[in-house]
Design a protein around this ligand. Structure first.
Ligand code: IPM
Ligand code: MG
Length: 362
């Protein structure tokens, strides 16, 4: 079976980490007898430089004809002063909208050997295994009216029942396939949109009697994520709360560089590490490739019906970490000389993972 994959490295560390993810993608294609037509396109700052648009027409055509999209990162200081619609970030938001991916899965999995790398105590984070389901196409990111003049600016948080219902169903189904627990996060003590959110989630719950549902206010959730992160299985929340809370996940696992994501529900899945462009370390070959490589695993699971590839990649990552390989972001307190640990460049880390994907018993 031949599948077309849009390959969008983007800005900052995007090209470095995505190059490594691509090698693992091609390797898994060979192992599992899938052939891929990987076609590169521009998005974000590089697309602005080349085409004066963060999501130019050739990229739109490319993703529309693709079965899946693999993306690096967008953004950088050079573009900070551009107006909203011309910013690199707008390219990513438009891409999500174009593909119709309303559900964003962001797993937060603490690898045992990294429990000490977190700023949160090891006994608190060891064993954390949860997934954020972030609504991706609604809320304040896209709501209108939206405006700004010199004295006043306006954004709109808006949700319809159908928008909440469809992402809630994804979250309940996922919880059903895991430990059967779903936490819905809102601010229903203050916001009308959150009252509707909570009512709708409660209504959907009737379709999933075997999932235990609870509700948390977002401020409390931010605290519980640090106090007792192991209590979470699946968390469903709106676009902006999901953006903010999932970065807290990066603290739990030791580095934002570890976290993959999948945006699903539309015409083609979109897979990207959540760490962003990290302009301060771009081009230095020190970025952590694990978030990007793990995103490839999510692609196989959600776009190609091969969850076993995701498992295989995750095991390979576990082995690399167990053997002491660490990119700089994972080194305790930024130290470089710790016995048993090897400071690895982006390529070295990816090479070790590649080896274990190729031969799990190596
Ligand atoms: C993320 C990012 C994006 C978002 C930015 C780059 C637009 O922070 O995917 O978490 O806010 O959705
Ligand atoms: Mg974010």
């Amino acid at each position: 079976m031949n599948s077309k994959i849009a390959y969008l490295p983007g800005d900052g560390v995007g090209p470095e980490v995505l190059g490594e993810a691509r090698r693992v993608l091609e390797l898994c294609g060979r192992i599992y007898n899938r052939s891929f037509d990987i076609v590169e396109g521009d998005i974000g700052g590089v697309a602005i430089d080349k085409h004066d648009s963060p999501l130019p027409p050739p990229t739109v055509d490319l993703v529309k004809s693709s079965d899946a999209v693999l993306l690096g990162a967008v953004g950088g200081p050079k573009y900070d002063s551009l107006p909203g619609p011309k910013k690199p970030e707008r390219g990513l938001l438009n891409l999500r909208e174009l593909l119709g991916n309303y559900a964003n899965l962001r797993p937060v999995y603490v690898y045992d050997a990294l429990a000490d790398s977190s700023n949160v105590r090891a006994e608190i984070v060891r064993g954390v295994d949860m997934v954020f389901v972030r609504e991706l196409l609604g809320g304040i990111y896209f709501g209108t009216p939206r405006s700004r003049d010199d004295n006043r600016a306006l954004d709109t948080e808006v949700y319809t029942v159908e928008e909440v219902r469809r992402v809630a169903r994804v979250a309940f189904s996922l919880a059903q396939s895991r430990r059967g627990k779903l936490t819905s996060v809102d601010k229903a003590n203050v916001l009308e949109s959150s009252i509707l959110w909570r009512q709708t989630v409660n209504a959907v719950a009737k379709e999933f009697p075997n999932v235990a549902l609870d509700h948390l206010y977002v401020d409390n959730c931010a605290m519980q994520l640090i106090l007792k992160p192991k209590s979470f299985d699946v968390v469903v929340t709106n676009n902006i709360f999901g953006d903010i809370l999932s970065d807290e996940g990066g603290v739990l696992v030791g580095s934002l560089g570890m976290l993959p994501s999948a945006a699903i529900g539309g015409t083609a899945g979109l897979y990207e590490p959540i760490h962003g462009s990290a302009p301060d370390i771009a081009g230095k070959s020190i970025a952590n490739p694990i978030g990007a490589i793990a995103s490839v695993g999510m692609m196989f699971e959600h776009s190609f019906g091969l969850p076993e590839v995701g498992t295989r990649i995750q095991r390979a990552i576990t082995k690399a970490i167990d053997q002491g390989y660490r990119t700089r972001d994972l080194m305790p307190q930024g130290s470089v000389n710790i016995s048993g640990l090897t400071l690895a460049t982006t390529r070295q880390m990816a090479d070790v993972i590649y080896k274990f994907v190729e031969n799990p018993d190596a």
